[in-house]
Design a protein around this ligand. Structure first.
Ligand code: ADP
Ligand code: MG
Length: 394
């Protein structure tokens, strides 16, 4: 990582600012092991931070009011005055940063200028949450440099709000939470509503997590998402009308759901059926991980894919193809589409010493069938955002 990410970021800082950075921060991307679409339905999710990061090289400029930020991977730079109220700008990447700054720009917080270069090994827009790494990374930097006394939870919430207000993406809290709260070799079971969370040891016992990036993103992502939310809201309304004593969606049983099937209609029924089963799967997956039952974890991942594909209907032919073909290979315990759907990555649980042959076979097949070269990311469960304090003299 030092060679690939940290050193080049520092080099760029030196070349551009003719100075040494004072701090290096690493802000990770995340995976979600299981728990898809349940964040707005009282469900749990099971994310973890990964060993792919945005690296920030930073220096404070006490005599200046100007903050200059260089996005090395895009070859772009932006400067703003920290004493003037910030507004969204046409440079999309900068909005994640300005959205954070705008929330902290209050009279009690005294800022001065800064110089920042950042660069990343998290692929952009592939569902590994480079956006959360960017916004939470910047909030973390401000907190450290200007002693803002923000809690980790506050940093995650500021990141999420930045995305809502300045980037225009109505995301849940999972991505930001994982990026901030991640711990090496631990998955986080998070209740997205209350933000209560628990860590579970993740010893994968000779299996590894591989992501296959289909490199497709279908346009129904937003429209499909809104439609699914409408279907689910309708289903919930019917459920609560029939069973007003139930407090949380996750407490409805499958027999209660069956009881209301006719009234809510087939579509809402299928959507709610997926959600209730998925919420149960997350709890079972956390247990399976903590007991070292990796085989069962794999089975649950595959069940989630079937649910997303046939009940929630957010998969697509490319991802179904990847999952089906991967599952046929020896040494594969489970596979599923990861994220909101309609494209992106699959997450696969594959025996370490078989990974290479599975990758080769699946990428050849995918290329042959769709004429697309899939990308592969092998990830390890890692720590959340932190300052990099190792020697980095280069
Ligand atoms: P994801 O979070 O799944 O990677 P998003 O679409 O939510 O996808 O966020 C991607 C956006 O975040 C990019 O389009 C860009 O604006 C910003 N971003 C992420 N990483 C970088 C980077 N290394 N350099 C500049 N901008 C970045
Ligand atoms: Mg994102």
């Amino acid at each position: 990582m030092q060679e690939q990410l940290i050193n080049p970021t520092i080099q760029k800082f030196r070349t551009e600012f003719k100075a040494e950075p004072e701090h290096i921060f690493l802000s990770p991307g995340r995976i979600n092991i299981i728990g898809e679409h349940v964040d707005y339905s009282d469900g749990f999710v099971l994310p973890a931070a990964i060993d792919k990061y945005i690296c920030f090289a930073v220096r404070k400029l006490p005599q200046s009011n100007f903050c200059t930020i260089i996005a090395k991977d895009l070859g772009e730079e932006y400067t703003f005055d920290v004493t003037i109220e910030v507004k969204p700008v046409p440079q999309m990447w900068m909005n994640y940063i300005l959205g954070v700054f705008s929330q902290l720009q209050k009279s009690e917080n005294q800022f001065c200028g800064m110089e920042i270069v950042f660069s990343s090994t998290i692929p952009m827009g592939s569902g590994l949450s480079s956006s959360a790494a960017l916004e939470c990374g910047f909030a973390y930097i401000l907190n450290e440099l200007f002693n803002l006394h923000l809690t980790k939870k506050e940093i995650a919430v500021i990141g999420q709000k930045s995305e809502h207000t300045f980037a225009g993406v109505q995301c849940g809290i999972m991505d930001q939470f994982a990026s901030v709260f991640g711990k090496e070799n631990k998955v986080i079971m998070l209740d997205c509503n209350s933000l209560e969370h628990q860590y579970f040891d993740a010893d994968l016992k000779g299996y590894s997590l591989l992501l296959f990036d289909s490199c497709v993103k279908h346009s129904h992502l937003t429209s499909g998402y809104n439609e699914r939310r409408r279907d689910v809201e309708h289903g919930k309304k019917v459920l609560w009308k029939n069973f007003p004593e139930i407090e949380k969606f996750r407490d409805f049983t499958l027999s209660m759901l069956d009881h209301t099937k006719e009234e809510m209609g087939d579509i809402s029924y299928k959507r709610c059926l997926y959600l209730l089963k998925e919420i149960q799967r997350v709890e079972m997956a956390a247990k399976a991980i903590s007991e070292g039952n990796i085989e069962y974890l794999g089975t649950l991942l595959t069940e989630t894919h079937a649910g997303l594909s046939t009940e929630f209907e957010v998969s697509c032919i490319e991802l179904d193809f990847l999952v089906e073909n991967t599952l046929q290979k020896e040494g594969v315990l489970g596979a599923r589409i990861m994220g909101g759907g309609f494209g992106g990555c699959s997450i696969n649980l594959i025996q370490e010493n078989r990974a290479e042959e599975v990758i080769k076979a699946i990428s050849e097949k995918y290329l042959e069938h769709f004429n697309i070269q899939m990308k592969v990311y092998q990830v390890k469960i890692s720590d959340g955002i932190k300052e990099y304090t190792n020697e980095y003299i280069i």
